[in-house]
Design a protein around this ligand. Structure first.
Ligand SMILES: [Zn+2]
Length: 263
């Protein structure tokens, strides 16, 4: 029987500062940059599956992963921005190049697929959408100012109109944002991207279906030309990925995406 050897490994904080972590076996313990005196604990799981540790101090919420080194032992602890992690999902590849939400290419690079217009999804009944849980985005590439309709074209579920005042839409609009809505499907097995998006698309054709999430989209002129893209999240709860994406959006624009109403 051999005792686990205690090792000191570096902690790499965002912004270039570094600290030290104590590591034993596949565990590591370190002090968060916010100064909380109780050490944070993390571990790595081979082969390439770091788990995230989030600082529990309110308003801190810094995130860390323990990086794997030779012999499947912790090599270093790395602070990750929320942005990096949700996008790379399990691999947690940290990319700091610009802004995820800036353009379609960057959204594509972070694993989203599809980029199909709303009208074609409505025609195909979402045949091309995978039957997996995941997250999806409604994106707009036009630079022209939006046209808000007085009347939503969405369905009246249980007799309720999805229409809101144009002033509400104006206040919800996010200038320069490509992403208009962040949605999720799952984790229930019968809530797949295909079924969820299909309901959403039908709601947008006036079918009285209970899909009020993202309904502001149906009060935009030319909504049929907006693009939809999706990303299956086989290893992560789509609610977590969705929440991360919304947080990243908020960090950049200081507002929720146009058609997201709740956190
Ligand atoms: Zn902290």
């Amino acid at each position: 029987m051999s005792a686990l050897k205690l090792r000191i490994i570096p902690v790499n904080f965002e912004g270039g500062e570094s600290g030290q972590a104590r590591s034993e076996g596949n565990n590591a313990a370190w002090i968060c940059r916010c100064g909380e005196s109780i050490p944070l604990l993390g571990r790595c799981f081979p082969p390439n599956n770091p788990s995230e540790t989030v600082c529990p101090v309110p308003k801190c919420g810094r995130r860390y992963i323990v990086q794997l080194g030779p012999g499947n032992r912790p090599y270093s602890v790395k602070e990750i921005s929320p942005r990096s992690c949700a996008l790379a999902e399990m691999n947690c590849v940290v990319s700091r190049s610009g802004d995820f939400f800036e353009n379609i290419d960057m959204i594509r690079q972070s694993g989203f697929d599809g980029f199909v217009t709303i009208s074609s999804l409505q025609k195909s009944n979402c045949r091309e959408v995978p039957s997996d849980p995941g997250v999806y985005l409604v994106v707009r590439t036009e630079a022209a100012p939006p046209e808000f309709l007085n009347e939503s074209i969405g369905g009246h579920f249980k007799g309720k109109t999805p229409t809101v005042l144009v002033s509400v839409l104006e206040s919800k609009w996010v200038d320069d944002a490509v992403v208009l809505y962040i949605g999720k499907a799952g984790p229930d097995e019968n809530r797949t991207l295909k079924t969820r998006l299909n309901e959403y698309m039908q709601f947008g054709q006036g079918t009285p279906i209970g899909h009020s999430g993202g309904r502001f989209i149906w009060q935009l002129g030319g909504s049929g030309n907006l693009l939809v893209c999706w990303k299956p999240t086989p290893n992560t709860d789509p609610r977590t990925v969705e929440k991360d994406l919304i947080q990243q959006f908020q960090a950049v624009y200081k507002k929720l995406p146009f058609a997201n109403i709740y956190h």
